[in-house]
Write a protein that binds this ligand. Sequence first.
Ligand code: PAF
Length: 286
Amino acid sequence: MNTVKTVLELRAAVARARAEGKRIGFVPTMGNLHSGHVALVTKACQRADFVVSSIFVNPLQFGANEDLDSYPRTLAADQEKLLQAGCNLLFAPAVTEMYPGGTTVQTRVSVPELSQELCGASRPGHFEGVATVVSKLFNMVQPDLAVFGQKDYQQLAVIRAMVRDLNMPIQLIGEPTVRADDGLALSSRNGYLSQAERAIAPAIYRSLQAIAAALGKGERNFQALMTEHRKRIVDSGMRLDYLEIRHADTLRAATAQDRELVILAAAYLGSTRLIDNLQVHLDAPA
Ligand code: PAF
């Protein structure tokens, strides 16, 4: 696996693979890779002949008081994991390569409706930063397909809308969340948790599962379910950002008629912000 740091080298390597008739797969990441990322690369390898991954901690998607500076940077370990997973090329640019004119870039990509609520409400500008960097990376790599984790559910919805609205000829694949044995969704930010916090963290997924089970049994009082489980998460020792039951595609508030739902949650443990979600398909009433 080659690692390149410039757009010029990236384009040359991808052009060579394309000239050999290879189908190009792409997995963008911010590094500090765990088994969840490895699953994305493995999926890309199944669906494409030449897999490019990127590692870039994108300043544009971090708020002023967020963890941009402390975000874990573990390039050597990441390279090893990507190599093992079958990745063919790693693009690991510096900030100056991605944003040569500085990060106050003039052109930004925004997907307003899907970006305002949920994580967008507590992280203003976050999804504009994500959509901007992902569209730049898509233009640099020009992949046939790209694989994203479903753990960042709203992010995937934003990117799907961007690809559709801007006619980007890229197939998007969403991969299921990889979890620890106790249900906690794998995330690079889990590394920030103390031992005591790590023991509390699975409470989020327990609530998502309990809500999904209640919905499956026919419960449609969404407000009551959300109220009960917001309290449970707070009682477990977390500071809740949101717990919502939404339509799986539009992310609008769920109605009793909806069949495709997603339960989404974000909560803080100390200063660490964790997110998770669970999709629920409900059968039509008999
Ligand atoms: O999900 C992530 O790691 C990032 O948001 C992404 C998609 C690589 C864009 O920086």
